[in-house]
Design a protein around this ligand. Structure first.
Ligand SMILES: Nc1ncnc2c1ncn2[C@@H]1O[C@H](COP(=O)(O)OP(=O)(O)OP(=O)(O)O)[C@@H](O)[C@H]1O
Length: 482
């Protein structure tokens, strides 16, 4: 069949990869509305698939199908968005390599010769699935803002904070655990501010040796120190009219803190070995993952510098508090790195999603992205599993039935009423709005004692009903047994 004569159309086109296509198959498929496009080789198939209109493809596995042939098919499938159906010869599906290929790359398989309802059903189903997948994967308009992914409430709060900070010129301090996106936030503030077209200069105060940090920030004149062969402009001057992002400010050495404070107060710098001062207009954004208030309290960070830097303050939410953003970010990471993997991934298995939601993510977004990136390389199936991500199994559900919750609430209410009434059955029953007999029956049913606990039990009791229980029990004068 001449592929050039049959143009793929957007609707119900099936690509058949086989050495030879019989006319009966073409006619039968055409009679139920399928356009058939034929490719004799994977190269021809790839060209047809590039046009993008083909949603379903039928691949005939040769009778003598080697691992090399299969890997050519795999490469072809991995670069297409079509849904694939394999046509196998009797007995072929028993072969381990074939089985793996079918399971990993195909939606379904049919055994040759096959021109019956089974094939039509599989094709129809595959087409429906492709359409469904297309609508699901169409780009979502608002996965986040400011080039950040996240729709959760804490992220919305952050976006609003970025907008407000961008409209102002005061120094901003960004607090947050490592890997939460502080650098992205700093960039977003700069980009949205009136300084957006001016330089944005970032410096990681923890990554530069303390002895060099000052000259790195303020620059130096020629001959300022041994090795200073020529004048060097510092990062502050480099950021003139723009924004300077001081990352890991909590690790800035004390002597450098003093010079930075002077710059923030006066708006001027002095290059090392220089004679005069230079006025520089720079907006400062700083961030750190350490607790800066604690550092101030412990004398590791100057309080006056802290107040200069923290005029405006944003808090980066930890990933574990971002709810379903975890899945959005994982999908974003998969989209970024899926080309690195040997196969075309369909997404995350449900156990992977559960494990992601149950994990604490101490390294936050950075850890999540790295985790997905590693899984893309190591995964062996078409879905990334919790094991591929290297995440611990989700803990078994600790959910309780409604009856259990109700019983527990009842037990606590009765225990508290008893202690409030110094173990007077009449008093507790009156407070709870039940008869004395009913309360007695309830006590038996839930296994509560009808007398004050012994001293040794008081500590246990505290855990349930608080300190009141202890004092009331000690004051007890009227026993239930009376
Ligand atoms: N909301 C987000 N959407 C997409 N990518 C994100 C998001 N938050 C963070 N990232 C990515 O996570 C990684 C870490 O982000 P970033 O360097 O901004 O974190 P950080 O808080 O500054 O970390 P550190 O405290 O270690 O310097 C980067 O690759 C960044 O692109």
């Amino acid at each position: 069949m001449n592929t050039a004569l049959i143009q793929p159309c957007a609707e119900r086109t099936v690509l058949c990869i086989s050495p030879k296509l019989d006319q009966d198959t073409v006619d039968a498929l055409a009679s139920v509305g399928w356009h058939v496009v034929h490719a004799k080789s994977t190269q021809q198939a790839e060209k047809l698939l590039e046009r993008g209109a083909i949603k379903v493809a039928l691949i005939e596995l040769p009778k003598e199908c080697t691992a090399q042939v299969l890997s050519k098919f795999e490469a072809c499938i991995a670069h297409s968005d079509a849904t694939w159906i394999a046509q196998v010869w009797p007995g072929q599906a028993e072969d381990l390599l074939m089985r793996r290929f079918i399971l990993d790359y195909c939606f379904d398989f049919v055994t040759l010769p096959c021109l019956d309802e089974r094939l039509l059903f599989a094709l129809g189903h595959a087409h429906g699935l492709s359409v469904l997948r297309e609508t699901m994967s169409s780009p979502e308009p608002d996965l986040g803002r400011h080039e950040m992914i996240g729709q959760s409430e804490p992220m919305q709060l952050l976006y609003r904070g970025i907008d407000k900070c961008a409209r102002n010129n005061a120094p901003v301090f960004i607090a947050g655990e490592s890997g939460t996106g502080k650098e992205l936030t700093a960039r977003a503030i700069h980009n949205c501010s009136s300084r957006g077209r001016k330089p944005y200069v970032a410096i990681n105060c923890a990554a530069i040796p303390p002895t060099l940090l000052q000259s790195e920030l303020f620059g130096h004149e020629r001959g300022a120190f041994t090795g200073a062969l020529q004048r060097k402009i510092g990062r502050i001057e480099a950021a003139a009219e723009g924004t300077l992002f001081l990352d890991e400010i909590g690790d800035m050495p004390h002597e450098c803190q003093a010079v930075l404070l002077r710059f923030l107060q006066e708006g001027t710098i002095e290059r090392l070995g220089g004679e005069g001062t230079v006025r520089v207009d720079v907006r400062v954004i700083s961030a750190t993952h350490v607790n800066l208030e604690e550092a101030v309290a412990e004398g590791r960070f100057r309080a006056d510098l802290y107040h200069r830097l923290c005029v405006l303050r944003l808090a980066e939410p930890p990933l574990r508090e971002r709810g379903s953003d975890i899945k959005l970010l994982a999908e974003h990471a998969l989209a970024m790195y899926k080309q690195d993997g040997p196969r075309k991934f369909r997404g995350f298995s449900s156990d992977a999603v559960t494990a992601m939601f149950n994990y604490d993510w101490p390294g936050n977004v950075r850890e999540l992205i790295n985790c997905v990136r590693r899984a893309v390389v190591m995964a062996e199936g078409r879905f990334i599993t919790a094991a591929d991500l290297g995440l611990p199994d989700a803990p078994h559900s600790t959910g309780r039935t409604l009856a259990e919750v109700r019983n527990e609430a009842e037990r606590i209410a009765i225990q508290q009423a008893l202690t409030r009434h110094a173990y007077s059955l009449s008093g507790a029953a009156a407070e709870l709005g039940v008869s004395r007999a009913t309360l007695y029956r309830l006590l038996n049913a839930i296994g509560l004692r009808s007398e004050p606990p012994a001293m040794k039990d008081l500590r246990l009791l505290d855990a349930h009903v608080g300190q009141n229980a202890k004092t009331s029990a000690l004051r007890c004068t009227e026993h239930l047994s009376q």
